[in-house]
Ligand binder design. Structure first.
Ligand code: NAP
Length: 279
């Protein structure tokens, strides 16, 4: 058997633990569909090995990387450059080479806005639950859209205060979150995720039934319907899970790396089917 003499390019995801990331499925499917000579692999990298890994990646034929928990902020000082949108979001989820410089970008902001823009409805007031990396991207997105009435709340109040100051939004104590009036509620906590936290929710169902219906947006996509979304829907709210965001942020990474568009509906169906079959 002969090895084809075609330049191949390597991409991957770094995080720790990586669990069962859907990113390899998405990108490898895209490479095959579009006839790209490239492959995407999962690289579990422990926090204490991050600097060493980035150093090695610079010497290897790695053309781009996705970055996930817990490296989204820690990787920033290890890069040659950071795009303005990653700077605004305070975190990086995509690495690529720009004129030989290892550069960090953030496609979570784009991913978060993609389904929200498709909904086409304006919201008067937003409540963001959580103050981690994803909340950073959500606040960057909402403030970039010019939304003025935004409140952030978090179990660890200091983290919420730092974010509120950074984005010029309001902050309330976690214990006070049910008193906030909002017609867009975004869950950026892992409460409700498949596994140990599936039965949990960041908001009491009475929150939804006690105010006019709006949009409940959960960044979680596994399970497709969390308790948070089910209780919002039961109270007449529209609901959105994190699947479209995941596919949109991945498609944007693909565009950065290969300059080509992934067909969104097909990519979404691929991931939805894989999740439904428990892959
Ligand atoms: P992270 O940086 O670890 O932040 C997690 C946040 O959740 C923190 O604010 C944390 O509060 C809060 N939290 C954790 N356990 C909690 C609990 N028991 N009670 C109340 N609050 C709790 O994680 P992340 O990167 O922001 O990701 C958060 C979620 O978003 C995950 O479910 C992830 O899968 C999802 N996500 C989805 C997409 C997508 O494309 N759909 C993209 C990014 C992230 P403390 O500060 O008090 O610890």
């Amino acid at each position: 058997m002969t090895t084809p003499r075609i330049p191949r390019q390597l991409y991957g995801i770094i995080g720790y633990p990586l669990g069962h990331s859907m990113s390899p499925l998405l990108h490898n499917w895209g490479f095959e569909l579009l006839g790209e000579q490239a492959a995407y692999m999962a690289f579990p990298v422990a926090p204490e090995k991050l600097a060493e890994f980035i150093c090695c990646a610079r010497m290897l034929p790695v053309s781009g990387l996705s970055v996930t928990i817990p490296h989204k902020q820690a990787v920033m000082p290890l890069l040659d450059a950071v795009t303005p949108r990653a700077q605004a979001a305070g975190a990086v989820n995509t690495l690529f080479y720009d004129d030989g410089k290892l550069t960090g970008d953030n496609t979570d902001v784009y991913g978060f806005l993609h389904p929200l823009d498709s909904c086409g409805t304006a919201h008067a007031a937003a409540l963001v639950l959580g103050a981690g990396g994803a909340a950073n991207a959500v606040l960057a997105a909402l403030t970039a859209r010019g939304m003025c009435n935004v409140t952030v709340t978090n179990r660890n109040g200091d983290r919420a205060r730092i974010l509120a100051e950074r984005f010029g939004v309001r902050c309330v104590a976690w214990e006070e979150r049910h008193a906030v009036d909002a017609d867009l509620v975004v869950n950026t906590t892992p409460l409700g995720m498949a596994g140990d936290r599936q039965a949990q929710t960041p908001l009491d169902p009475a929150f939804f039934s006690s105010r006019p219906a709006g949009l409940a947006y959960d960044l979680i996509y596994n399970p497709a319907q969390t308790f948070f979304l089910a209780s919002a829907q039961a109270a007449g709210w529209r609901v959105l899970n994190g699947l479209d965001m995941f596919v949109a942020q991945g498609a944007e990474q693909f565009r950065i790396w290969r300059g080509r568009e992934l067909p969104f509906a097909q990519a979404r169906a691929l991931i939805a089917d894989a999740l439904a079959s428990g892959c």
